[in-house]
Design a protein around this ligand. Structure first.
Ligand SMILES: [Zn+2]
Length: 217
């Protein structure tokens, strides 16, 4: 069958925009995919944007982004200080910020939150992503959580176990403030990677999953 491929000739520049509401969202949702992209594209340029990164969570976000982006030829980490859980009430400023990004960076792919995510901050970031990037490939990642909003994703990226291990180790290492949370565990992250691997018939057993709502062939 035809396959959509992530891997173009590696000399081609690849521009990736990662958007996350909170400090660890990008890593949980698409950290493995990003590591894989950076291994395939030595010329990759990544913009990494976190909307709510304050205090300790800001320091964690910065050190984690540095680890995930170690292989990027160019990267920019932008940490905003919007108040956690209140993003829906800061729509005007957030929209203006999205327009700033769009004016300066033209991504090949945008990695963002799932439109039907039950966390209001996640949803706002997803909505403004679609509202701002009108001619781009957008992949929406998933975040497992108490609310129980996992759905049926339609796009999968196979990941080697080593990449999964690197993702999970980075998460555990850089987000000490989250280690006490009952869901922030190695087995949870691996369980979801394994489940999506099964659903995508991944030869490597593991995968991250996305929602691709618009795909132009
Ligand atoms: Zn979040």
């Amino acid at each position: 069958m035809f396959q959509l491929r992530l891997d173009r000739p590696s000399q081609v520049p690849c521009k990736v925009l990662c958007l996350g509401a909170h400090s660890d969202d990008i890593e949980i949702g698409c950290g493995g995919t990003l590591l894989r992209l950076l291994a395939m594209y030595p010329n990759a340029e990544v913009w990494w944007v976190v909307f709510s990164a304050v205090g300790l969570r800001r320091r964690e976000a910065r050190s984690s982004a540095k680890a995930f982006l170690a292989r990027a030829s160019k990267s920019r980490v932008i940490l905003k200080n919007f108040r956690e859980s209140f993003l829906p009430f800061r729509g005007e400023e957030i929209k203006e910020f999205f327009e700033e990004i769009k004016a300066k960076f033209v991504p090949d792919v945008v990695l963002t939150h799932y439109r039907h995510d039950l966390h209001q901050d996640h949803r706002v970031v997803s909505e403004f992503t679609w509202n701002t990037f009108r001619n781009h490939l957008i992949l929406e990642y998933e975040i497992p959580k108490y609310d129980g909003d996992l759905g049926v994703p339609n796009t999968f990226v196979s990941l080697d176990v080593e990449v999964c291990r690197q993702k999970v180790d980075n998460l555990r290492r850089h987000f000490a403030s989250q280690r006490s949370k009952q869901w922030f565990t190695e087995d949870l992250f691996f369980a979801l990677l394994r489940l999506r691997g099964v659903e995508s018939n991944s030869l490597t057993k593991y995968a991250e999953a996305f929602y691709c709502r618009k795909n132009v062939l």
